[in-house]
Design a binder for this molecule. Structure first.
Ligand code: ADP
Ligand code: GN1
Ligand code: MG
Length: 356
């Protein structure tokens, strides 16, 4: 892997390059140099992101735009150029590589250790939307078409059930039934968008807690990372994906479903942080759809894991047999729990909207 390093303008000579982090999509390495500098080098998944040059143009444009508003190095991702001044390198095997400055003295959490961590991620993602509100959204390439088009995710699920290419459908009948029972509701947000009731915004689209860096000493938000899916989208979906991941009381792949619930205190803290960081930008119907965003992003993610399981695990890398069905089950458990807590979820949003 050290070979790939030779194409980038590092400060110092790379001395080590090791796998790093818990992402599902790209392959991430930590590169250290003899000048004491650290970098993040990533092999970009071009099976998922079909047009890497366009994706890198998006990231370059967005990070350059954010940089005009924020001079502190650790508060915006900084791309490291190749020796010939490009923002990515394509190797002889056709793989694409990019490098970022390592965000030093930071924390990246898979689970909030204290509620304040989750609040800080809400501030980061709300602030990200706020800062990009005047970015020209129509110049962004759609890096994965139909990414959060939930009805389209259902079409793909139906096709995978029909094909049953790995003979697994009989094992997941309960999960299939759970998903299909909610198919109509799953179209709510997309229907509102098409009817002009929700605005299209520049969104992050993958607002997991582990896509935010916190300062290791102050534990306050530093920077939003993982910008591959920055595209036009819905604010409620950005909110919702955060709840899906960060308000869960267990890991995304927990096998003991008794441990998996949606924490209302965590949800409340996130509502507060998100509305305070981007609230004035949001319309009343957008704010009203935040609980639905949480439910539908969780349902959609479960549908995606289920589809991938049925199709032979070609998208989300499994680390054990049945990993994607385990992931699907946690998502559906969370959806069921949100259905129980639906009234409180709506009350909390209304309460903070009034007090905003
Ligand atoms: P993926 O799309 O595979 O999730 P990410 O871009 O989120 O890839 O990177 C994976 C992990 O690498 C992150 O969760 C984080 O821990 C770490 N990481 C990514 N970029 C940086 C950075 N600039 N500085 C420090 N750590 C980073
Ligand atoms: C993937 O790349 P990562 O691990 O942050 C996925 C998200 C899913 C998430 C589930 C480009 O995110 O959409 O919600 O896994 N990213 C892509 O953990 O598909
Ligand atoms: Mg990530």
């Amino acid at each position: 892997m050290l070979d790939s390093c030779s194409f980038f303008r590092f400060i110092g000579k790379p001395v080590s390059c090791e796998r790093y982090g818990n992402g599902h999509i790209n392959v991430t390495y930590l590169v250290r140099t003899d000048a004491g500098r650290d970098y993040i080098m990533q092999k970009i998944n071009h099976r998922v992101f079909r047009d890497v040059p366009a994706l890198m143009r998006n990231i370059h444009a967005v990070t350059s735009f954010l940089r005009t508003k924020e001079p502190e190095p650790r508060r915006v991702l900084t791309l490291v150029e190749t020796l010939d001044g490009q923002v990515y390198h394509r190797d002889a095997q056709g793989e694409y590589w990019r490098v970022y400055d390592f965000i030093t003295d930071s924390l990246c959490l898979d689970k909030p250790e204290v509620l304040e961590d989750f609040y800080q991620s809400a501030v980061a993602f709300g602030g990200f939307q706020n800062q990009l509100a005047d970015f020209p959204a129509d110049t962004l390439h759609e890096t994965i078409p139909h990414f959060h088009d939930t009805p389209d995710r259902y079409l793909k699920l139906r096709a995978a059930i029909e094909q049953d290419s790995h003979g697994r459908a009989h094992e997941v009948q309960e999960e299939i039934a759970f998903a299909l029972a909610r198919e109509q509701e799953a179209a709510t947000m997309m229907n509102m968008l098409r009817a002009g009731e929700l605005p299209l915004r520049v969104t992050h689209n993958d607002t997991k807690l582990n896509n935010v860096m916190l300062d290791k000493d102050t534990r306050t938000a530093l920077c939003v990372i993982d910008l591959d899916t920055v595209m036009p989208g819905l604010a409620g979906n950005d909110f919702g994906d955060s709840i899906r991941f960060g308000a869960s009381t267990a890991a995304e792949d927990e096998r003991d479903l008794g441990l998996v619930t949606m924490s209302l205190p965590a949800y409340e803290v996130y509502v507060k942080g998100f509305l305070s960081a981007c609230g004035k930008r949001l319309t009343a119907p957008e704010i009203d759809t935040l609980p639905m965003g949480a439910k539908l992003m969780t349902l959609e993610c479960g549908v995606r894991f289920l589809t991938d399981y049925l199709s032979g695990d070609t998208y989300f890398a499994p680390h054990r047999p049945g990993h994607n069905v385990d992931r699907c089950r946690t998502q559906f458990k969370l959806v069921a729990d949100m259905e129980q807590k639906w009234q409180q979820m709506n009350d909390i949003v209304h309460n903070y909207r009034e007090n905003k």
